[in-house]
Design a protein around this ligand. Structure first.
Ligand code: PLP
Length: 394
């Protein structure tokens, strides 16, 4: 006897993982230099040197029992203070260490927050296109997962669609900016309008509708584009942050949840998040990494190579006739599939060893995603294949 839902999740790999595994098997046959794998969002810039130095210093200077021992479940006090200091220096946000819960990256943080917000009948909204894992996270929390249709072609937020979908059961809406998969950054104007709508509806329903702000890509914005800090726009925001992409540490599993003091029921909500994490077996985030981030919370990534990739792909592909929203952040392009059927297009691309993720899993059929944290050389080599493909549709 086993849980059928859990079985279905474990037995069916995600489309992205499938493509990635396929790419590996093709690389073994035709050579890795002949496979153009744009499937997976694994950072391609190394962690900052200061991170590696911090790891060495900590291993040398600190008692090993202290390095590897359990920390407090909510996280090491020095780390929480370092993050609060960094957020206050950047946003003057009034963050206190006690408002922060140190988690193991955005994925388990989101899961804990969804569980903390779910009451019987609860609904949680995501805005298409969205990170596919939201669906199992929300549904396994026991809430209904509802999708706000995409705002094509600019990929901001269709506020009238949000308004239509809000009900008295809406517990939260997930906001992910810079966005995976569209690469767009929601403007301050879009977010203020969303805040106004949610505030009005919260008053009407007599309970807060929280924003869950999923922020692994906060630091990845280009051309001076500012990513608004949502708690300053809408206090009923819970931030799920991750160092996976900002410090290129996705395998190390470290991030934080921020529950602003100004959020309604903030103390109880924080406790519910800690409780939900506990019920999922959270003990503490990796202790060594907590010490590392305590020294490195102020670091920002060097975006030079992502930016070069972004510009090259955006300029070359639009010149070929591909259509996409301007990619201001993260490391993704979300492109309209020539011919309209992204699955058929991706399948054709796959025959040429070009691996592109169809948009259906992101709640946005007809588009495909490119993840450009790859080598510049691979991009250059893949361009003729993109050209060949679009020519087949013209
Ligand atoms: N949210 C989004 C939008 C993501 O793209 C990812 C990972 O790619 C995650 C959450 C999970 O990130 P983490 O590695 O911090 O769990």
């Amino acid at each position: 006897m086993y849980n059928e839902n859990a079985y279905a999740l474990g037995a069916n790999r995600s489309c992205i993982r499938d493509l990635f595994e396929y790419g590996r098997s093709r690389a073994a046959v035709v050579g890795p230099e002949n496979v153009y794998d744009y499937s997976l969002g694994n950072p391609s810039i190394p962690a900052p040197k200061a991170v590696e130095q911090a790891i060495r210093d900590i291993l040398e200077d600190t008692d090993s029992l202290l390095i590897h021992g359990y920390t407090s479940a909510v996280g090491d006090a020095a780390l929480r203070q370092a993050i609060a200091d960094d957020l206050n220096a950047r946003y003057a946000a009034g963050v206190e260490a006690e408002d922060l819960f140190i988690g193991c990256g955005a994925a388990p943080e989101l899961t804990a927050v969804f569980r903390a917000l779910t009451v019987p009948g609860a609904e949680i909204l995501a805005i298409a296109p969205y990170f596919p894992e939201y669906k199992p996270f929300v549904e396994e929390a026991g809430a209904a997962f509802r999708v706000v249709p995409a705002d094509v072609p600019g990929f901001q937020i269709r506020l009238e669609a949000v308004e239509e979908m809000l009900t008295e059961n809406t517990a939260a809406i997930i906001v992910n900016s810079p966005n995976n998969p569209s690469g767009t950054v929601y403007t301050a104007q879009t977010l203020k309008a969303l805040a106004e709508l949610l505030g009005r509806k919260s008053r009407e329903y007599g309970h807060p509708i929280y924003i869950v702000s999923d922020e692994p890509y906060r630091e990845l914005a280009y051309d001076g584009v500012q990513v608004p800090f949502l708690p300053l726009i809408y206090p009923n925001t819970v931030v799920c942050y991750s160092y996976s992409k900002s410090l290129s540490l996705p395998g190390e599993r470290i991030g934080y949840i921020y529950v602003p003091k100004a959020a309604q029921d903030s103390k109880a909500l924080y406790a519910a998040i800690a409780g939900a994490a506990r019920a999922m077996g959270h003990v503490c985030a990796p202790s060594l990494l907590q010490k590392v981030v305590a020294r490195c919370a102020h670091l920002r990534p060097d975006l030079h190579s992502y930016d070069r990739n972004r510009k090259a792909l955006y300029e070359e592909l639009t010149a070929m006739g591909y259509e996409m929203a301007k990619p201001d952040g993260a490391f993704y392009l979300f492109i309209k599939a020539p011919g309209g059927d992204a699955n058929a297009f991706s399948e054709r691309a796959k025959q040429k060893d070009l691996l592109l993720v169809p948009g259906d899993g992101f709640g946005c059929p007809g588009y495909f995603r490119i993840c450009y944290c790859v080598s510049y050389a691979m991009i250059q080599k893949s361009l003729p294949v993109f050209r060949e493909l679009i020519a087949e549709y013209m």
